[in-house]
Ligand binder design. Structure first.
Ligand code: ADP
Ligand code: MG
Length: 703
């Protein structure tokens, strides 16, 4: 490929797109597949056979040797098992290449080792993968060659969801049904489908691979467990939106090319706040495609980084004291004929349908703030949410001046009569045009912000799948729509009833609206007065999944059964405990085998120096002072290490479940901090040549 090229020429090159389907499938088959994609009708096996054959021919032309059902078990990452296209050899020793409709539609990986939270005992470990034809099939090319990847859902023998995709698709159905109900009430007879659109902005760090390989903490846990702050951090803001260095630029170029070929609409790239931190955002897509594409984005970032001698860190908090990484989940709901239900228009006060949608969302988020918080919980995100970093752990909604004002009118007088206009931003320079100002400014500290025609949920962790937050968003909003429709469908005077409902919701749920500084201590106090939950950690967030309120919500819309929820709770406690256990053991390993030996060497060299200096008749009080300080810190380190060894062993011996997870959070994490403190002080004393690993400065300023 030439160094310069036309994006349009390569975009979607490795995707079995609608265009390819149209070209390669018989008309009747194509029509049937479209019907399945759009309306969810079942595909018969004969049709599936024809599609599979066409898909195989197309993939083989791209050099594919294998196919795989690509699915998303509850590990946070994707899973795959490759099968080649070859059949048993002919008598003459040649083989045929084949791919049947059955193989396309259904798979049965022996997947007994994936987390199931008790939904499957290993002796009945059958798990099935089923083709999700609403997310396009693609050919992925890497060191394994070219593989035909078929996005699939993953369920147990008894139909329980063991993955992220199944509940996501269920939640999309729920919001589709309820939003259509609502639209019909407002006289819309033409829209056939409503889908949630999602655009996730992905943050990540890049570090040099050679340095990465000298940090066992990064290798084992994805974050640094030790590390003193460098003299310079992010205080100058000179990295944010800065010129992209050539090494990083070359990486970004390759990432974009790979993503475009896979049909991922990589759009925006820039340097982020922290040194060595960057961001990539695609153009929004239907929720389930966006979820799949975000997985491809994360995998591509990692793979291409290696090709450039770097490592991509997706962890939420790779470096203490430096901004961490998240994902902004931009979400809206749109009809198949292009109506965005979150578009307020120029005069939102007159847009009754919008006001009902908006107040339903206020109600949904207020009622289920705990579930939204939980949907963004993972062990890494505990270091960001509520830990003095964006965003706070308290869920609140930012509406902006214009909508806030409309809400205030609704609440005070029961009717909104005007909308604050955007106005013009005068640049004050004759040669520059005056800019039309949005009626809404930005608020970067809000976890759930209205940004013009969409909501931006900013709590999501950088490493996490975006499936959970979108499952929750779709379902809670479906519930609010459904409850509104229940009232409105039975109303005698529709206009009056809508008006009353908007007013009622605005009144009852105004406590969730907050337009001020979400980072401030005052907000924490104010939120407590308002009775909003402030859930600080993953272990405290998990129980939200099985409150009676949650069981009723997810059950009503068929998104999760109670046993599916229970299994997820179990899986999450286990995942948390495992993550902290690995971190604790990595710390123990590094402190015992690398740090303490290095410090001992340093004290020996100091002692030798003191002897030599004194023998030469000179004064060695500085060296003696350093030796004393180092030895004291070494003592603290050893004591903290022994304690960490002890509590980690105790945690490991506990029965799996909430008790163990809480112990890891309360006791083991605290012991980890106690070990880190003296070690970080030692790093500032010990000779750099003797310190066993690259420093923060080496990692983030010398990529
Ligand atoms: P920023 O929040 O950094 O200003 P943008 O406003 O450009 O960035 O959008 C960020 C993300 O939101 C992008 O992925 C974009 O495609 C997505 N987005 C834009 N409009 C919508 C929408 N109506 N629904 C969902 N996502 C959207
Ligand atoms: Mg954003």
């Amino acid at each position: 490929m030439s160094e310069y090229f036309n994006v349009a020429d390569i975009f979607g090159e490795d995707v079995f797109t609608d265009k390819v389907m149209k070209e390669r499938l018989p008309k009747k088959v194509y029509k049937q597949l479209r019907k399945t994609i759009e309306e969810g009708t079942e595909l018969d096996l004969a049709t599936a056979d024809v599609i599979a054959a066409a898909m195989k021919d197309w993939a083989i032309e791209k050099g594919a040797t294998h196919y795989t059902h690509w699915f998303q078990p509850l590990t946070g990452v994707t899973a795959e098992k490759h099968d080649s296209f070859i059949t048993a050899p002919n008598p003459d020793g040649t083989v045929l290449v084949e791919f049947s409709g059955k193989e396309l539609i259904k798979g049965e990986p022996d997947a007994s080792s994936f987390p199931s939270g008790g939904l499957r005992a290993t002796f009945e470990a059958r798990g099935y993968t089923a083709w999700d034809c609403t997310s396009p099939v693609f050919v992925r090319k890497d060191a394994a060659g070219a593989i035909l990847c078929i996005p699939t859902a993953f369920c147990s023998y008894t139909g329980e969801a063991l993955d992220q995709k199944t509940p996501l698709l269920r939640s999309m159905e729920a919001i589709n049904t309820q939003a259509l109900r609502l639209l019909r009430l407002f006289g819309n007879t033409t829209s056939k489908k409503v889908v949630p659109s999602v655009g996730p902005e992905q943050e990540y760090f890049l570090v040099d691979e050679k340095k990465f390989l000298q940090r066992k903490d990064l290798i084992f846990t994805g974050r640094t467990l030790f590390g003193a702050m460098p003299p310079k951090g992010q205080e100058l803001d000179d990295h944010y939106f800065g010129t992209i260095r050539q090494r990083i630029a070359a990486f970004m170029k390759d990432v974009n090319i790979e993503l475009w070929k896979l049909g991922v609409t990589a759009k925006t790239q820039h340097n982020e706040v922290a040194p060595a931190q960057h961001e990539l955002a695609p153009i929004y897509a239907e929720a389930n495609v966006a979820v799949d594409h975000n997985q491809l984005v994360m995998q591509t970032l990692k793979r291409v980084a290696c090709q450039h001698g770097m490592k991509c860190l997706l962890h939420e908090k790779p470096f203490a004291g430096v901004n961490g990484s998240g994902k902004h989940n931009n979400w809206s709901i749109t009809t198949d004929d292009g109506i965005n239900l979150l578009d307020p228009g120029k005069t939102p006060h007159e847009n009754i349908q919008f006001l009902l949608v908006l107040t339903c969302i206020l109600k949904a988020v207020d009622t289920h703030a705990d579930l939204l918080r939980e949907s963004a919980a993972d062990p890494g995100n505990d270091h960001r949410l509520g830990a003095n970093e964006a965003p706070p752990a308290i869920v609140s909604i930012f509406l902006g001046e214009q909508l806030q004002d409309v809400m205030a009118q609704l609440i005070s007088t029961g009717a909104a009569t005007h909308s604050i206009a955007g106005g013009v931003l005068e640049t004050g320079v004759k040669t520059l045009p005056n800019l039309e100002k949005d009626a809404t400014d930005r608020n970067r500290t809000s976890p759930f912000a209205f940004t013009g025609n969409k909501f931006e949920f900013r709590m999501v962790g950088s490493r996490d799948s975006i499936a959970s937050p979108n499952i929750v968003l779709n379902t809670i909003v479906a519930e609010a729509f459904s409850e509104a429709c229940d009232v409105l469908e039975n109303a005698e005077d529709f206009e009056m009833a809508v008006h009353d409902l908007i007013k009622q919701y605005a009144n009852e749920h105004q406590r969730i609206v907050f337009n001020g500084n979400g980072y401030s201590e005052e907000w924490v106090e104010e939120a407590a007065r308002r009775g909003l939950p402030n859930i600080k950690s993953m272990v405290d967030a998990i129980p939200a999944l099985i409150t009676p309120k949650a069981v009723k919500l997810f059950g009503k819309f068929g998104v999760f059964t109670e046993s599916e929820l229970k299994s997820r709770v179990e899986i999450k406690y286990e995942a948390y405990a495992k993550a902290i256990n690995i971190e604790a053991k990595a710390m123990i390993d590094i402190a015992s085998k690398q740090i303490i030996p290095a410090v001992i060497k340093f004290t020996k060299s100091l002692a030798d120096t003191i002897n030599a200096v004194t023998a030469a008749g000179a004064e060695a009080s500085v060296q003696a002072g350093m030796l004393k300080e180092t030895s004291a810190l070494l003592g603290e380190t050893k004591a903290a290490l022994d304690k960490l060894i002890d509590v980690t062993a105790q945690a490991g011996a506990m029965e799996e479940g909430r008790g163990q997870a809480v112990y890891f959070h309360d006791v083991v994490m605290a012991a980890m901090s106690e070990l880190r403190a003296p070690v970080d002080k030692l790093e500032m004393i010990v000779d750099k040549d003797m310190w066993p690993m690259p420093s923060y400065g080496d990692l983030i300023f010398e990529v």
